[in-house]
Ligand binder design. Structure first.
Ligand code: SAM
Length: 327
């Protein structure tokens, strides 16, 4: 466990920063492995270098991207009810915290948290946001852990009454349904009898979904293509950025948005001495975003050992926030 030193300002409260994530090696392995498959693929967690996190933040402010504003409105509207369920003295653990934007909406309503623990894979972004949050809430112990949340980790003891997990942004949609169930089981063990709040995007008309992942300003395209930029920079790959385009569409059979990078020409890419050929039109699968019906997600949560104890949904039934107790 390595604590990252922070530039000190006299008197300014500081968060605890814990780095549990190895640097470039897993990215190289994932890219070499993913590009060797028949359907080429790179796992979506590698979107999030610092630039990727900044671009995602821009996506959340786009007109077409309804999930963020809808989830935020739910958190504001039902904050007191959510706080009631969380109870006093809890340790709040956010998975994939990103800009920690959403938790700020809850902090006003939550009582006497023992600590706020933010877990994210995007180290620099996470640590910078933790410093900001700590300055805004000097009395709240803030702990930022850079780690891959799909691997079980021991959470710190902060003298809490219980742990409550928070997983907003429908990030759970980036898992396939079997992966989501495995993830929920892992989290249930980490929370040791606590509760879990999960933001889940709902099934809806295809045109709304397709627009949300194909914004007119091209920010989602830049976010997708940033993966190739990152591979060029960190792995010495030679992707021709103008030779690929963003592709996103709703796959109704699977109940998921699929995001790909499509090769615009026959080409070859070299990474760490290995060459990968692309036919014109061939794609690298980069992300899924699964969409659920409310009862479908509750069923999945039950199968992972949780007891669905409440769900908040907006009037247009775009988005849901589930409160799950450990069964
Ligand atoms: C879709 S964004 C959501 C961000 C924010 N929670 C929100 O609701 O807007 C996903 C977040 O999860 C993080 N993330 C993705 N995969 C991860 C993993 N395997 N382990 C830890 N963090 C991950 C990303 O860095 C990013 O901040």
């Amino acid at each position: 466990m390595t604590a990252i030193p922070e530039a000190k300002q006299p008197g300014a409260p500081e968060p605890r920063l814990i780095d549990l994530h190895p640097a470039a090696e897993p990215f190289l392995d994932a890219v070499l492995d993913g590009l060797s498959q028949d359907q080429k693929a790179i796992p979506s967690k590698f979107f999030y270098d610092r630039r990727g996190s900044e671009l995602f933040d821009q996506i959340t402010r786009l007109d077409e991207y309804y999930p963020t504003r809808t989830e935020k409105a739910l958190l504001k509207r039902f904050g007191p009810e959510i706080a009631e369920r969380v109870g006093a003295g809890a340790q709040l653990v956010e998975f994939g915290a990103g800009s920690a934007d959403k938790v700020r909406l809850l902090l006003a309503a939550l009582r006497d948290l023992s600590a706020y623990v933010a877990i994210d894979i995007s180290r620099d972004f996470l640590f910078a946001e933790a410093v900001e949050l700590q300055r805004a809430y000097p009395d709240l112990p803030v702990i930022a852990i850079c780690a891959d949340y799909t691997r079980r980790l021991d959470l710190p003891d902060t003298g809490h009454s219980r742990r409550v997990g928070l997983f907003p942004g429908s990030t759970i949609g980036n898992f396939s349904r079997p992966e989501a169930m495995r993830f929920l089981s892992t989290v249930r063990r980490m929370l040791e009898g606590g509760a879990f709040m999960v933001g889940v995007d709902l099934k809806k008309p295809t045109d709304l979904l397709n627009a949300a992942y194909n914004d007119a300003a091209g920010v989602t395209a830049a976010f997708n293509l940033n993966l190739l930029k990152r591979a060029n920079r960190e792995l010495g790959a030679d992707f021709d950025l103008a030779g690929f385009e963003h592709l996103a569409f709703y796959n109704e059979t699977e109940g998921q948005i699929e995001m790909h990078l499509r090769s615009l020409k026959p080409q070859q890419v070299t990474i760490a001495g290995r060459a990968f050929g692309f036919a014109q039109g061939e794609t690298i699968h980069t992300e899924i975003s699964s969409k659920y019906a409310v009862d479908e997600f509750q069923e999945l949560a039950r199968a992972a050992g949780f007891n669905p104890a409440g769900v908040w949904v907006d009037d247009a039934r775009l988005f849901s926030i589930h409160f799950l107790d450990s069964a």
